[in-house]
Ligand binder design. Structure first.
Ligand code: GMT
Length: 388
């Protein structure tokens, strides 16, 4: 896709902690900066993927004030104030917010504060639970809908999320589908990359990996049961990366099922690429998943994927070609598919090759960033969301 020459000043807001939407937003910002755009991250903390210095990248910390009257800090407002200030000070062309709640609402407030004649545009990228769980709660639903309708541009990371948004919120406006991406240079099978496979899985065990923030939606019980069934047939280790409320329960269940010794709970890690580089299989058992960024990182590294049919993964994983899909909760099927892949080296090699090909053809950081750039220019040329 041909790149537009015009350089933009873009404010990006995301959750700075571990989580796919923050990762995606940060990598997008870094890639846009490489193209010469000026990027201003606006959040309450430095995004964790933004360690180090990057040319054309600025960070603006939202101060969260404490006042005895506030049991809950009004972050939505302080964020809006910072967006407004940064837009004025640096002459931003657009605010691109990731995860609707409350970022899209803050951006709308900032835009209103800038006044009717200000040319700023707001683009909201919907990521997942901002639509499927949190945003659909009664306490958020009307403001989520309002903020989507009032954004100048809206993108969703999968067809599944697009459909879900339109159905759940009766959205009439256009929503652009721009899928997530991965850095295929960083995430690739490499014999020289540090892997520590012997430490993770001594005595030639197969390595199954899972990466998530371990919330109920991930169905960690299913994950451990799938692994226990696999372990009863072959020597394997389950590497669990990330942390969250379901971690303790998963640990207990692994002990109960007698596979605790083969489950390695690593907690949050930065070196995901190295860990995937020494993995044989990626396992995910989610109830719903708008995309599944870790799936993409696994496929890019040539790691076949076992996943549930839970939305986005059905668009990314080609069933029977680079992974297998099962119904949500079908532990037996996922275990059988895992065993097939881990015991048939020809099948594993073919799936691994197809996985990498699939990512290179559809989900590279360069191609998807170009799609965002093209969308930015389209939105910048369109009339204001409120018809002004
Ligand atoms: O929605 C969440 O659970 C959090 C969110 C995040 O911030 O990490 O994850 C969502 O966005 C990711 C990036 O687009 C997607 O890869 C995840 O599939 C999606 N999570 C869910 O839909 C459960």
């Amino acid at each position: 896709m041909a790149r537009r020459a015009e350089k933009l000043r873009i404010g990006i807001t995301c959750y700075p902690t571990f989580g796919g939407s923050g990762v995606l937003a940060t990598e997008l910002g870094k890639q846009l900066a490489l193209q010469g755009h000026e990027i201003h991250f606006i959040s309450y903390a430095l995004p964790y993927r933004l360690k180090g210095f990057y040319s054309n990248v600025y960070f603006h910390e939202v101060q969260v004030s404490s006042y005895p009257l506030f049991e809950y800090q009004p972050y939505t407002l302080t964020l809006a104030v910072k967006m407004h200030a940064v837009t004025e000070e640096y002459g931003l062309d657009l605010l691109h917010v990731h995860y609707a709640i409350p970022h899209a609402t803050s951006a709308w407030i900032a835009k209103e504060m800038l006044g009717r004649d200000h040319p700023i545009k707001v683009i909201t990228t919907l990521h997942g639970t901002d639509i499927t769980l949190v945003g659909a709660e009664a306490s958020f639903k009307s403001i989520t809908r309002f903020s989507i309708e009032r954004s100048d541009g809206v993108t969703a990371v999968s067809r599944y999320l697009h459909q879900h948004t339109v159905g759940e919120f009766q959205i009439k406006r256009a929503i652009e589908i721009i899928p997530n991406f991965v850095d295929t240079e960083l995430f690739q099978r490499s014999p020289v990359k540090d892997c520590s496979r012997d430490m993770l899985a001594p005595d030639g065990s197969k390595v199954i990996i899972h990466i998530s923030n371990m919330r109920p939606v991930k169905r960690m019980g299913d994950l451990i049961r799938v692994f226990a069934a696999v372990r009863s047939r072959i020597k394997a280790r389950l590497i669990l990366v990330g942390d969250g409320p379901e971690r303790a329960g998963a640990y207990q269940l692994a002990e109960q099922l007698g596979v605790g010794g083969d489950c390695v709970f690593l907690g949050a890690q930065e070196s995901i690429a190295s860990l995937l580089n020494c993995s044989d299989l990626y396992l995910q058992t989610s109830a719903t998943e708008s995309f599944g960024l870790s799936i993409l990182e696994a496929l890019s590294t040539g790691v076949p994927v076992i996943s549930t049919r839970c939305g986005g993964p059905e668009e990314v994983v080609l069933h029977g070609e680079c992974g297998f899909l099962s119904e949500v909760g079908d532990v037996e099927d996922m275990a059988a598919n895992s065993i097939r892949l881990l015991t048939d080296s020809d099948m594993h090699r073919a799936f691994s090759r197809k996985a990498r090909e699939r990512v290179i053809e559809n989900y590279t950081i360069q191609d998807i960033t170009a799609r965002y750039e093209e969308y930015y220019h389209r939105v910048l040329q369109s009339p204001n969301s409120s018809g002004r």
